[in-house]
Design a protein around this ligand. Structure first.
Ligand SMILES: *Cc1c(COP(=O)(O)O)cnc(C)c1O
Length: 403
């Protein structure tokens, strides 16, 4: 059977590849510590589960409107007002099967063949793939640790052409953990304001922030920018609900209607039970979020100081998310490096190191090349303190063998 050209060009997600390889080793009886997966290790809070059980028992198990329940849209609208000081009418909100699906729907409904989409790198793995799948061209702007992984207004200006249709913004960022301040957003906003460029704002890590970082969306900066912005968010990361698959978009009413048409001809509504659970997540006890963030913050300090203590590694201190993204280029200069390059024979250095750490340190990390930069790898610290301590110890020993 011959697959379409469209799908033949599509690469599998590299985060999934590492998870699969780690799974194989585990199946062989090795105790592998997983730093690959991008999800909270906490269980979904009980009151949210209870709401789902109630929905099942009350027979709320049928189709809902394709774009989501009005009750959920109301809860989302209230959330925007409460947490973000943003007013969105119910007609400006639509619900999808996870924030990833929200972004997919947006790109399919926005991009024509040859349209350019600006993507700051290191980027979340799926952005360029989704743009290419829609016939668009990802225009990657690279930022490194020396600028805190942030791009400047000037860099955006230099990359805008007649074909620029959108820019994807993710602050705090997966994989770097960097976040833009209000001032930085205002400066970038000046370049984008009043243009035909749509801002796709992926706010999924909005509530997972540290050291008093203030989360800001372009929609907060001006009314014009708000009209240009599609705000994407979801319940996966904040409420430990990755498996429930609920995300949402807010923005221009006419475009939201198009998104609902697209969804009505593809998946139809997101799971009714998950929608009822999400209403409880957004309107119920919000202290559960703070408790998880407190634990992430403790682990952040543990992992960042541990990584900085490993020869050849320098790690940026993330302002949000649950990812550490160390610079590993000094390791590529170690005397033992060539030997493992010969052994693992891979095009990319970060993949070589990840494979080495998986076999030698039985620790699964994600190579930076999947995020568009071979100088780093990503470790999720959404895992127990014990795992972090043990994993760092093993990684340190493995790297010291290369010095
Ligand atoms: C996890 C993640 C998402 C998607 O989350 P869903 O589970 O699909 O809601 C979107 N963007 C980024 C950057 C993520 O890390």
């Amino acid at each position: 059977m011959k697959a379409s050209e469209r799908i033949l060009k599509l690469k599998p997600s590299p985060t999934m590849a590492v998870t699969a390889k780690a799974g194989q080793l585990k199946a062989q009886g090795f105790d592998v510590i997983g730093f690959g997966s991008g999800e909270p290790d906490f269980d979904t809070p009980q009151h949210i589960k209870d709401a789902a059980i109630r929905a099942i028992e009350e027979g709320k198990t049928k189709y809902t409107p394709a774009g989501g329940l009005p009750e959920l849209k109301r809860a989302i609208s209230d959330k925007f007002r409460r947490d973000n000081n943003l007013n969105y009418e119910l007609s400006q909100i639509t619900v999808n099967c996870g924030a990833k699906h929200s972004i997919y729907n947006i790109i399919q409904s926005l991009i024509n063949d040859g349209d350019e989409v600006i993507i700051p790198a290191p980027y979340w793995v799926s952005y360029p793939a989704m743009v290419e799948l829609a016939g668009g061209i990802p225009v990657i702007i690279n930022a490194d640790m020396d600028t805190d992984f942030k791009i400047t207004p000037q860099m955006i200006k230099e990359n805008i052409t007649r074909r620029t249709k959108a820019i994807i913004f993710n602050s705090p960022s997966n994989p770097t953990g960097a976040g833009y301040t209000r001032k930085e957003m205002e400066a970038i906003g000046e370049i984008l304001e009043g243009t035909d460029i749509t801002i796709i704002s992926d706010d999924i890590y909005e509530s997972i922030v540290y050291d008093g970082f203030e989360f800001v969306n372009f929609a907060n900066i001006s009314e014009t920018l708000k009209r240009q912005t599609l705000t994407v968010n979801g319940v996966s990361k904040a409420y430990a609900m990755t498996g429930w698959r609920i995300g949402y978009v807010a923005g221009d009413e006419a475009f939201i209607k198009k998104l609902e048409t697209f969804q009505s001809q593809s998946t139809s509504n997101p799971t009714s039970i998950s929608q009822w659970a999400s209403i409880e997540a957004l309107t119920g006890d919000q202290t559960v979020v703070g408790k998880m963030v407190e634990a992430f913050d403790r682990r952040r300090k543990l992992i960042i100081s541990g990584l900085n203590d490993i020869p050849g590694m320098t790690c940026y201190n993330p302002v949000g998310t649950f990812y550490a993204f160390p610079d590993i280029t000094e390791i590529y200069k170690f005397s033992g490096w060539k030997k493992i390059c010969d052994k693992y024979d891979d095009e990319f250095n970060s993949s070589i190191l990840a494979t080495y750490l998986l076999e030698e340190a039985r620790s699964a990390v994600v190579p930076g090349i999947g995020f568009g930069n071979d100088k780093y790898f990503r470790m999720s610290f959404a895992t127990s303190d014990e795992n972090i301590i043990e994993g760092l110890k093993r990684i340190k020993e493995a790297v010291e063998k290369l010095v």
